[in-house]
Design a protein. Structure first.
Length: 80
């Protein structure tokens, strides 16, 4: 098993998570079922090897948590 540089891994994770927050409206439009995303806030993005956990805050203050495929998330960010 290859050993990876933890700093490189952390930098890569920060790169993708930052892309999600910097492009929040596009991200929410792509990965949620909401037609209108202006009243939704991306609160958390947690990446793992297979799935990425997303937490959003809805207009009424309620939280919603769901997962997306990590490869789908990376593909979205790389296309920006």
């Amino acid at each position: 098993m290859a050993k990876h540089d933890s700093a490189e891994l952390i930098n890569a994770l920060q790169f993708y998570i930052t892309k999600a927050f910097d492009n929040e409206a596009l991200f929410l439009h792509r990965f949620t079922n909401f037609d209108e995303v202006k009243n939704i806030e991306l609160d958390e993005c947690y990446m793992a090897s297979e799935r990425t956990r997303i937490k959003i805050i809805l207009a009424d203050g309620k939280e919603a948590v769901f997962t997306i495929g990590t490869n789908d998330f990376i593909d979205f960010c790389d296309a920006l």
